[in-house]
Design a protein around this ligand. Structure first.
Ligand code: XMP
Length: 477
């Protein structure tokens, strides 16, 4: 290697987008939707990071409702991860095919346990032959103090229920909800066997046209796997739980082992889209694509809680990494720009250089929907945030999954980070979306394809960077 071969690598703060003549009158005229795959259509180009302080079911539900996608982390047991996926898939439906049914002999205490497990308050009650004998909702048990009482004494019995003997659409259900002032319609066959359930809440949810859904009206969700240990069993269980996209997520994705795993996963689950990463080079992206990955995840070392570049000396500044990956895979294989976005401006830059969506960690952490408790630190309300290659995250995984710690890898992430509490992630996403729309408008682009074509970058100096920051004024926020 000699210095003449040394390439220049640029990242977000090294460049700006050059403003261009635009015929866009309103930010509303900009279409931010993106098809990551025929089964993965998003309305905003944002995916949440599979970190244990960012994405579990609550985050995935909230982001899908805003039109993005959440990827559930794998730093937990298979059962836990699968349950989180199921929670997302059960959060909204056009028609609930497999409603959760309970036995009339269980106590109210047990019902409350099931209720908190699934985050639902209404359940169908069936006998041992799966015949519908009642329905139990909050109205039936809210005021009951005796937790040992069996639910058969609390439920609304079959005779008092409004049911349908054929499958009905939400539109048809609306009239029945209105007429009988009810919230649930069990669907049964002539032997009273449960065939489904239609819920008023789902009707209300269906009015949100922005949500990222599958064809059954359920919210989209992804989940990660690794390349060692239980990855295959994990993938199988996630697919059984109807996960929409698998994400092979390892720190250094350009490994023979990952290419092998990509081929194996695509052979076994051909119809499930596969994201694979992380890479930061043309060759890396191209090899993952050739092995069968549908979507390539790019980013070695740009993450906010990441110390890879410091510990190993390896990495590529993120804008250059995205640009090189794009050269490796072309326009038809989407790229997820993973890590390093500090604001909506960085998101626009990542998209403009060739990404289809960005993956966000710290920007979405510290919200109501990110896992973990709010606590006080030096007078500020904060939530925990840590790198997933940190020693702490690794030890926690070993503790939870009972994996045998063959060797403890070198830590490549922050152990005890925290993010100031930000409130609801919906607000965060709405603000990011506004910024992204404005960014498209400055580039004169009505959609992502136009942005790719029209965007022009200018490299800036330290003085240009300083000028870009607020300066010469004191402010309070
Ligand atoms: P941001 O900047 O959005 O980045 O917080 C999120 C991304 O950071 C990556 N990540 C790590 N990278 N060591 C790393 O090298 C780590 O411990 C670590 N934890 C997260 C990851 O790609 C995530 O999506």
């Amino acid at each position: 290697m000699n210095n003449s071969q040394m390439k220049e690598g640029l990242t977000f703060d090294d460049v700006l987008l050059i403003p261009q003549k635009s015929d866009i009158d309103s930010r509303k005229d900009i279409n931010l939707s993106v098809n990551l795959h025929p089964q993965i259509k998003l309305k905003i180009p944002i995916v949440s990071s599979p970190m244990d302080t960012v994405t579990e079911s609550e985050m995935a539900i909230a982001i899908a409702r805003q039109g993005g996608l959440g990827i559930i982390h794998r730093f937990c047991s298979i059962e836990y991860q699968v349950k989180e996926v199921e929670r997302v898939k059960r959060a909204e439906n056009y028609f609930i095919e497999n409603p959760i049914c309970v036995n009339p002999e269980i106590t109210l205490e047990k019902l409350l346990e099931i209720s908190s497990d699934y985050n639902f308050q209404t359940f169908l009650v069936v006998d041992e032959k799966k015949k519908l004998i009642g329905l139990i909702s909050k109205r039936d048990y809210f005021l009951e103090e005796n937790l040992k009482k069996k639910i058969k004494y609390l439920m609304t019995p079959f005779e008092k229920l409004v049911v349908s003997y054929k499958k009905i659409s939400l539109k048809e259900a609306k009239e029945i909800f209105k007429k009988y002032k009810i919230e649930k319609i069990p669907i049964i066959d002539k032997n009273r066997k449960v065939k489904g359930l239609v819920s008023l809440r789902d009707f209300q949810y269906s009015l949100n046209k922005k949500a990222a859904r599958d064809k059954k009206g359920r919210l989209l969700v992804g989940a990660t796997i690794g390349v060692r240990g239980d990855y295959l069993e994990r993938a199988e269980e996630l697919v059984k739980a109807d996960v929409d996209v698998l994400c092979l997520d390892i720190a250094h994705g350009h490994l023979n082992k990952s290419l092998k795993v990509i081929r194996e996963i695509k052979r076994k689950f051909n119809n499930i889209p596969l994201i694979a990463g992380n890479v930061a080079t043309l060759e890396g992206a191209r090899d993952l694509k050739r092995a069968g990955a549908d979507i390539i995840k790019v980013g070695i070392g740009p993450g906010s809680a990441c110390t890879t570049r410091i510990v190993t000396g390896a990495g590529v500044p993120q804008l250059t990494a995205i640009m090189m990956a794009k050269k490796g895979v072309g326009d038809n294989t989407p790229i997820i720009a993973d890590g390093g976005c500090k604001n909506s401006g960085d998101i626009v830059k990542a998209l403009a250089i060739g990404a289809s969506v960005v993956m966000l960690g710290s920007l979405l952490a510290g919200t109501d929907e990110s896992p973990g408790e709010i606590f006080n630190f030096k007078g500020k309300r904060v939530k925990m945030f840590r790198g997933m290659s940190s020693k702490e995250a690794y030890r926690n995984k070993i503790r939870i999954t009972n994996d045998s710690p063959e060797y403890e890898p070198i830590s490549e992430g922050i152990n005890y980070g925290f993010i100031e509490y930000k409130g609801s992630v919906k607000e965060v996403l709405i603000n990011l979306e506004k910024g992204i729309r404005s960014g498209f408008s400055y580039c004169g682009a009505k959609n992502l394809k136009e942005l790719w074509k029209k965007a022009k970058f200018i490299k800036i100096t330290d003085s240009g960077y300083k000028e870009s920051q607020p300066h010469s004024v004191n402010f309070l926020d």
